[in-house]
Design a protein around this ligand. Sequence first.
Ligand SMILES: [Zn+2]
Length: 391
Amino acid sequence: MNGYKVFRAKFIYPVIRPPICDGAVVVKDGKILSVDKFSEIKKKFSAKVIDYGERAIMPALINVHTHLELSYLKKIPKPQKNFTQWLWQVVSEKQNIDQGKKTLLEKEAIDEMLSTGTGVLGDIRNTPPSYPSDKDIFILPFLEFLGFREELAEQRWGVWRDCIRDFVQPALHAPYTVHPDYMKKVKDLARAYNKKVSIHVAESREEVEFLITARGPLREILISHDAWDDKFRPPKKSPVAYLDSLGILDRDTICVHAIEINDEDIEILRKRQISVCLCPRSNYYLGLNQAPWERLKKAGIILSLGTDSLASNEDLNLFREMAYLLENAPFSPTALIEMATLNGAIALGKMNMGMLAPGALARMIALPVYGGDIATSIIESGCKRQIEWVR
Ligand SMILES: [Zn+2]
């Protein structure tokens, strides 16, 4: 049969159903036609078989939250002890960037993601994207809005709004860096265009302190960058409750981090069908707490994974994010792979990715499995970068 390709392997790992031993995936024009036992596929399709031997074929990983733009900050030593000191460093380094070097390091970061099995990513940016066209990676750019002082937000609004074209998604930086009226405006625009919004939420205790008292190191950072607004009155609410009171939270909002949250916040996240993106190694390297994994899991919140940027992580290998959680959190290896694939697709609203099923895009990787639990073996191989793209 013309145009078909059959990929066989010891295991096919579809994510949405249990692994298939001695299975195969049939692909045509970049899309999956069938996923089944190899013996069944052989009966129906007479195409040439590309055999991946003792490996498992699975969907490419989905990194929901990173900042390619900050790749030049990989020089920042990790771990850091202090979140606000780190933030200072990031903000001040931003002033003097060599554009050429920055672009080169972005390209290197994309190569690193590809070599570690990531095929889809959510990229938070402050400038419109110009991705290299020769890389086979699906990047969903989120253009971030920043502006806490009302006049500053107003100045930036027009240009930012004009940049949100069909392919760019909006992002808000955080509850402490965007004026409340402009948080609403960004979300309204996202609703009008039917787009996802990404926002860093409840990342640090300083953020909670700021929203309760309008004081602390985050206020100092705003003042020093001429971004403080004298008219700001603290909402005296948790970051999640504050965003909810502004109408920001719904199923199209991706909350990144969600560390400093209480039971009422979790109930809000559950009710609003929010998907939460965990970036556990970034949180660790910045000396932050970790999200309440157990309680989020119990509440049935959809959890996806992100590496965040090289400014706060030592690499962009999402398998290492899974390995970190496997060691420290109450998630099974199977659940972790689901978080790094299917749940990422749900978070980004790309339902033809993150799984092996008829109709899905054939963006697949193959990794050796060494016996024992398949999911554990996949994560171990991924950490060792033993990844091959299935083409
Ligand atoms: Zn981030």
